[in-house]
Ligand binder design. Sequence first.
Ligand SMILES: [Zn+2]
Length: 298
Amino acid sequence: MIFTQLFSCDSAPGFVERNNLPELRLKRSFRMKVYISADIEGVTGVTHWDEADRLNPDYQEFREQMTAEVAAACEGALLAGGTEIWVKDAHGSARNLIAARLPKQTHLIRGWSGHPFSMVQELDGSFNAMLMIGYHSRAGSGANPLAHTISGNIAGLKINGSDASELLIHAYTAAYVGVPLVFLSGDEGICEDATLLIPQIATVAVKRGVGDASINIHPHLAVDQITKRVQTALLDDVSTCRLPLPEQFAVQITYKDHAMARRASFFPGAVIEHPHTIGFESDDYFEVLRLFAFVLRF
Ligand SMILES: [Zn+2]
């Protein structure tokens, strides 16, 4: 765990009586900033798109569970000594989480700014650690009935030849700004991907996908496990969860509809490799994120 000292005793507020300085030395202020990116398709119970659609009556129950799992992660972070938590609501409208159920130390990011950091908007090097809640298996996987990568229009997305999930995309963003990714909860498939990517990451698998079905742990058990595992992950040496960022990126995006691939191929630097597939290369990950911001969301 990395603590940053906010001020030394020498720079303590001037109104402090000189006689109180020894006591002040014992009360040094520390800061641990934690970032949480939250999705819903990897929350326990969620099995059908109706349950992830805010306009559907089925949604309320799962919005509440998404909120409970994020609140559990916040609690774990606070138990570990966290002092400031930023949460990105990162599903659909990005207006899912019930703010009053999160702790007062939380800054909640709602809606979409349009910034290419997308599901990790406002993440920067001032954060000590990042957590992912409710994450789900990627497009092309059978490990979640709702498996996809960013858009339902994508049949598959590869970065440097590896199948890419929303986990991989945003883990590289965390690496880009130098923040370790220490915890992920979601379906079993994405937990396995996370462990392959970052062997020291802590995970909680809240469900397993089987075709269009899911086998889920109890909502309260998910909450308990997330709190405990987040706490221990943040008390551990988070630097072991730093992901090295590749120096070069070769991206391939395969669309379900060939006309979408054709349109995306006109993004500067993109080429059409196959009627359904575009390719793009860069040595700057931000340029990859810029591509995604323009060709994955139409
Ligand atoms: Zn989602």
